[in-house]
Design a protein around this ligand. Structure first.
Ligand code: O2Y
Ligand code: MN
Length: 583
């Protein structure tokens, strides 16, 4: 056995000594292993089989009612220096964090099985992929990790070859919110999570590894780990452009990643291919372009709102082999959530008879499903070299000011546009509606180091020989005076993507403004879209006075990160502010 596996074995034994499980199970990712896990979870009620005719090989899991979402206030980045984590993260010293976690983990797996899950984030043979091992006492986590990552024997073989892997230790503990912490030790490539069995808190390959730890690793290795979907747009000539897009949570990333072209476009031969719906790792290739992989193998998507209208591809994807978490249930054992259809469920997400008071599904109810089941899954999604990115899109939920789309004038300006990203909160996220929160590159909850250094890292890609993507900003959420959305969204968003691609190819026109290049209404194909006069006026409008206030507030935001903010970025803000002033 190679020394790399010795190191892994040693760590597993060290963890077992502390946590004291009754049994240790090394997961190989096989069908028989999965079947055995499911049998156990059906027996103890962790999983409820769904209607096998409508939803074969699918289950419902109900989490503890106090354990239904990521917990940002309990999520820490534990670097030796507080400044390295930055004001964008909660920080704890590694020594304090280890002491706290050691106490929590002591004896916590008594009476339980400890599962060892070797996994690979990204196609198993990709040079862009990275491996990890999660140790957990939750069979539900094992089942989800099998869907969300390349888990098992092949990953273990890669770990043996490479040596380096991210160590993730997870225990559900008592599921007590008072004893819940999600700790990241980027300098040790280590994650420790205690007290939650839910989503991003527990499936450590996802937000913890593929974003927080990976962003840190990417900085030192010269690549980017981003909270972005990746899609391919194929034109009627059969050429495909790949686009990576960052939106804060709850802005419809999964819907955009699985977009179905409007009928007219479909008839012309346009297709949209899904490469990823949440995370994108990209690095410069030999030709200077950025090449991207989706490190995940599945979707952990929000169920509420997913419907035949909003996302037919997602709905088709989750008809079989799917784990649903915290959805409602119909009387014939089908999963149900708000926005799905007009049926009335029999049970809510807690398993109580549904009384029509409040939602039947939890607003953060999820489905976990293999990406391969998605009808729009890209044939290039598993390409080891990744896909070349033509455009990067930043977006937010902005009711006013921000036009439908604009193009940054160059990379530096694009980085500022990403740093300035903001979204107005929805009730589901925070309870406060319509408050603008800055969320640079949609990485506020996920950047494993100081945002000031992160901005500098982004800027560093602009070097001789680089063939960088164009950067755009979109706002699908502009509202009219009546409070209704002005842009129809969904499939119609392809019209905006088409304009971007034409800009990349140097074929579309636009008007230069201090905030970037804006299409005039005639520059985007709008045939067959019902847009009000107000929409036509407002969606393509540049409001100089409004932008002056916006860009001033951006200066204050950058100042929150102190003297580490790159001078080039501050100068870029000052340049735009001056252009706005000078007309
Ligand atoms: O609440 C959770 O644990 C899930 S959050 C999540 C899940 C899938 C994709 N993105 C997100 C997110 O919050 O960005
Ligand atoms: Mn996300």
């Amino acid at each position: 056995m190679g020394s790399q596996l010795d190191a892994l074995n040693q760590w597993v034994m060290d963890v077992a000594r502390v946590t004291q499980p009754d049994r240790i199970q090394w997961c190989d990712g096989s069908d028989s292993e999965f079947a055995e896990l499911v049998r156990g979870m059906e027996a103890d009620g962790t999983l409820l089989p769904l209607n096998s005719e409508t939803h074969p090989e699918s289950w419902l899991h109900r989490s503890h009612p106090d354990d239904v979402a990521r917990v940002e206030h309990l999520t820490f980045v534990c670097t030796s220096e507080r400044e390295d984590a930055g004001p964008n993260n909660h920080w704890m010293s590694p020594a304090d964090a280890h002491a706290k976690m050691d106490a929590l983990f002591a004896g916590c797996m008594r009476g339980r099985t400890m599962y060892v899950i070797p996994y690979c984030m990204g196609p198993i043979d990709s040079p862009l992929a990275r491996c990890g091992v999660e140790i957990t006492d939750s069979p539900y986590v094992v089942a989800n990790m099998r869907i969300m990552t390349r888990m098992g024997a092949a990953a273990l073989a890669r770990i043996e070859r490479e040596g380096r892997f991210v160590k993730g230790l997870h225990s559900i503990g008592e599921l007590d919110p008072e004893r819940r912490f999600i700790m990241h030790f980027p300098e040790e490539l280590t994650i420790q999570s205690y007290g939650s069995g839910y989503g991003g808190n527990a499936l450590l390959g996802k937000k913890c590894h593929a974003l927080r730890i990976a962003s840190h690793q990417a900085r030192s290795e010269g690549w980017l780990a981003e909270h972005m979907l990746i899609l391919g747009v194929e034109n009627p000539q059969g050429q495909t452009h790949y686009i990576a897009a960052a939106f804060p949570s709850a802005c419809g990333k999964t819907n955009l990643a699985m977009l179905i072209p409007p009928e007219g476009y479909r008839n012309e031969g346009w297709k949209v291919w899904t490469v990823g719906d949440d995370i994108c790792w990209m690095r410069p290739g030999p030709d200077g372009r950025l090449y991207a992989i989706n490190p995940e193998a599945g979707f952990f998507g929000v169920a509420p709102g997913t419907s035949e209208k909003s996302n037919p591809n997602a709905l088709a994807t989750i008809q079989r082999n799917t784990i649903f978490t915290n959805v409602g249930l119909t009387d014939d054992g089908q999963p149900w959530w708000e926005g799905l259809d007009d049926r009335k469920p029999a049970f809510d997400w807690r398993g109580n008879a549904y009384d029509c008071n409040g939602p039947a599904a939890h607003p953060n109810a999820r489905f976990t499903v293999s990406a391969r089941q998605c009808p729009s899954w890209s044939p290039k999604a598993e390409d080891a070299q990744g896909v070349p990115i033509s455009a990067i899109v930043f977006g937010g939920r902005r009711a006013s000011l921000v036009p439908l789309v604009f193009e940054a004038r160059d990379w530096k300006h694009g980085v500022l546009v990403g740093a300035a990203m903001g979204s107005e909160t929805t009730a589901a996220a925070t309870g406060a509606v319509g408050v603008m929160r800055r969320d640079p590159m949609a990485m506020k909850p996920f950047c494993g180091y100081n945002f000031a250094d992160y901005f500098a890292h982004w800027l560093s890609f602009d070097k001789p020989g680089a063939q960088l993507p164009k950067i755009f900003h979109v706002n699908w959420f502009r509202k009219g005076e009546d409070g209704k959305f002005l842009w129809p969204g969904f499939g119609e968003n392809l019209r905006v993507l088409e304009w971007m691609i034409e800009r990349v190819e140097g074929r579309a026109s636009a008007t230069d403004t201090p905030i970037g290049a804006l299409p005039k209404i005639g520059d985007i194909r709008l045939d067959g879209v019902a847009l009000s006069d107000e929409a036509r006026r407002v969606l393509f409008d540049f409001d100089r006075a409004g932008w002056q206030a916006e860009v001033d507030s951006l200066a204050s935001f950058l100042d929150e990160f102190g003297t580490r903010v790159p001078v080039a970025l501050k100068n870029e803000q000052a340049r735009i502010a001056a252009e706005l002033r000078n007309g």
